[in-house]
Design a protein around this ligand. Structure first.
Ligand code: PHB
Length: 403
């Protein structure tokens, strides 16, 4: 044997011996691997910055509970600010996938960012766990085996509200939302049950995302003859809209209703008394009476000195799904289809109730959509449950696209 061949032989046989000594291949070899890289693509600036903050904080709470490790591998978060702008989000996703070579990707918040990164994620077989953006198309014609959603589809918090508002609030409604995919999805979902219940959409309007002066829109609402409003706004848009709606004196006369994001606890303190009486539909409220939520609310308050909100619940569930799936494959991130199968199977008690994915859409099944009213309870403003609709699944019927 020549020197070179002998050295090669020794190298490979000692590698084999190390493999044997390490026990089952899929067991410890991954456990001894490098960190698991998770790309976190969220807005840390702009209209939706408060959402990005809540999601990240809750993810970090769960990972800290695990000691920052899973299956013997360190969890490394690589955070990128999408600014909730599609071109920025697309650029940052490219960087996370191509340069950082992340094992998993999570985020985004903005439906347009999700729509923009979808093909890249699908074509590179990057596993994406959507922790907010609700674009309905991702549960329907643009679904992918590589994409899961732990948050909601835009349809989910709004479709049940149409019938409820027609029955309990008013039949003449003005619809208003920011002018992009999420706003359009949510308003359409509301109409699906509102119109058959005898409701009439008096008018609809779509201000730009990031509008700061709602006066012209509120004037139109006032003059329209509508008896109620159904709105979607979130982040700083929700603060501005809800405060200006009250300042223009509409709150007393035209009931404000909407998707839950309108009055989540990330914006409630800034809205203050202006939010009192607003009725919204959502899968979560910090008041949910289950032990997992009670612990979550307590630990979140201890660590961050603020209330949980739906976005934090999404961050919690995203991290919980990641931890459980990675444990299920012993930390092996190489066999991506095995990891996809492990993610699809994850089930656990979440702060929102029993968490599981709908196999038809890989979107979360909402145990309940709660109809909530902002009231002053226990010394603060809170979304108090006044009704609920069980087992809300996006109507997507199945991903027919190739893997
Ligand atoms: C979205 O763009 O999908 C979106 C953004 C903020 C929300 C909900 C949905 O609160």
């Amino acid at each position: 044997m020549s020197g070179l061949t002998r050295r090669r032989f020794l190298a490979s046989s000692s590698a084999a011996a190390a493999g044997l000594a390490a026990g089952p291949w899929v067991g410890k070899s991954w456990a001894q691997g490098g960190p698991i890289k998770i790309g976190v693509l969220l807005p840390y600036s702009g209209v939706y910055a408060v959402l990005g903050e809540s999601i990240t904080q809750a993810m970090e709470l769960v990972f800290a509970r695990e000691g920052g490790m899973v299956a013997g591998r360190k969890i490394e978060l690589i955070k990128e600010d999408s600014e909730a702008k599609p071109p920025v989000g697309v650029r940052k996703a490219d960087k996370l996938i191509d340069s950082d070579k992340v094992d998993l990707l999570t985020g985004p918040v903005h439906s347009g960012v999700l729509a923009g990164i979808r093909d890249k994620v699908h074509n590179t077989k990057t596993i994406l766990i959507v922790s907010n953006a609700g674009a309905d198309q991702i549960s329907r014609e643009r679904c992918s085996r590589w994409i899961f959603r732990t948050s909601f589809s835009n349809w989910q918090p709004c479709q049940p509200m149409g019938g409820w508002v027609a029955k309990n609030v008013a039949k003449e409604v003005f619809q208003i939302a920011p002018n992009y995919q999420a706003g359009k999805d949510m308003m359409a979902a509301f109409r699906e049950t509102f119109l058959p219940a005898g409701g009439k959409v008096i008018a609809e309007d779509y201000p730009k995302l990031g509008e700061t002066d709602y006066a012209p829109f509120i004037t139109k609402i006032k003059q329209s003859g509508a008896k109620a409003v159904f709105a979607f706004f979130s982040g700083s848009d929700a603060v501005n809209f809800v405060k200006q709606y009250d300042q223009f004196g509409l709150k007393q006369t035209i009931k404000l209703t909407g998707a839950g994001f309108l009055t989540e606890p990330d914006v409630l303190p800034a809205q203050g008394q202006s939010a009192l009486g607003v009725i919204t539909g959502h899968f979560y409220t910090p008041l949910l009476d289950n032990p997992v939520n009670q612990r979550f609310v307590r630990e979140f308050k201890e660590k961050y000195n603020k209330s949980t909100d739906g976005f934090a619940c999404q961050g919690y569930d995203t991290a919980e799904v990641i931890v459980r799936a990675l444990k299920g494959v012993n930390g092996n991130t190489q066999d991506k289809m095995k990891l996809v199968e492990a993610i699809a199977k994850v089930e656990f008690d979440s702060p929102r109730g029993r968490f599981r994915f709908d196999p038809k859409t890989q979107n979360v099944i909402q145990p309940f959509i709660y109809v909530r009213e902002v009231k002053e309870v226990a010394g603060g403003l809170n979304n108090v449950v006044i009704d609920r609709i069980a087992d809300v699944r996006d109507p997507g019927t199945g991903c027919t696209l190739p893997v």
